[in-house]
Design a protein around this ligand. Sequence first.
Ligand SMILES: NC(=O)c1ccc[n+]([C@@H]2O[C@H](COP(=O)([O-])OP(=O)(O)OC[C@H]3O[C@@H](n4cnc5c(N)ncnc54)[C@H](OP(=O)(O)O)[C@@H]3O)[C@@H](O)[C@H]2O)c1
Length: 329
Amino acid sequence: MLNNKTILITGGTGSFGNYFTDYVLKNYKPKKIIIYSRDEYKQFIMANRLKKYEKILRFFIGDVRDKARLARALNGVDYVIHAAAMKQVPACEYNPIEAVKTNINGAMNVIDAVLDSPTVKRVVALSTDKSVNPINLYGGTKLVSDKLFIAANSYVGDRELNFSVVRYGNVAGSRGSVIPFFQEIINSGKKELPITDFRMTRFWINLEQGVQLVIKALQEAKGGETFISKIPSFKITDLAKAMLPECSMIEVGIREGEKLHEVMVTKEDSLTTYEYEKHYIIYPHFNWWNKEYIIEGGKKVDSGFEYNSGNNKEWLSVDQLVKNIRGLK
Ligand SMILES: NC(=O)c1ccc[n+]([C@@H]2O[C@H](COP(=O)([O-])OP(=O)(O)OC[C@H]3O[C@@H](n4cnc5c(N)ncnc54)[C@H](OP(=O)(O)O)[C@@H]3O)[C@@H](O)[C@H]2O)c1
């Protein structure tokens, strides 16, 4: 489906964008991949790393706050992946207007520019567990972004174009996440690991799973879906044991803006959620574009169902965590 297609990734130099680009270049024959982001240095590094694909890759300097620039970049584009975001919780709290400009106004600009483009057929926007019942501004802005992308289907008319959302949680080993945090303490020779709350759980997802779900959304979406991977959970205390078996743990208390469990599907969402073999789909609560459909192969979840890292059926043991950590780059 991606062969001979032109794909634009906003935030293409980020962790997701780099991995997605590598994956598509390895597994498909795209016509062009356009990386859209602000920092020329990150683009320079990426362009050098992927020099042998220079005929396929294009590097556009641009901000998602700049609709005219987005419109220019979308010339001839078939598929758009919207990954650009401000995503550090404290940075969004301290600079709320900047978070609104990038995460909300940026989403609006992407939607408007796509609606004005005659060629774009699919848009997939990346969401996060933080946008579910948000307790911080990062989550709040991403909730608005999710809603904007879903409602954008109302403006499509008869065109072959749809907008969908892919939601996942913190990527294992990503910058600022718990694995590098513990690793730094271990490297300094300390044996005591701080645990915010002994009950805390998280989902385990790697970038490949995130990328594969985005490609699934590109292939299957009809418009308005939120795609969520079924992935295993782990206890933070088990992660500490996996990283340093002889460690002692100290409970330091939950931090502001942090949840005990990552939530992907809420009880309220259960009314429109379907379970598939490897993922869930939340269908829109409101559907103004009169295209009622349910993708085949799913089963409606029970009313009151919730999918969070604490009530998951699938769990990683300490031994499995040891193997998974070894597999991280
Ligand atoms: N990483 C995770 O664990 C995780 C989990 C769940 C969901 N997500 C979501 O996945 C998406 C991608 O995350 P990531 O981990 O790849 O983030 P990342 O590594 O921080 O990359 C962010 C990208 O966005 C670009 N960007 C930031 N502001 C921009 C703007 N105003 N205009 C244009 N480009 C801009 C950055 O490049 P420049 O700074 O050069 O512009 C960079 O390419 C985000 O939407 C995030 O909310 C991430």
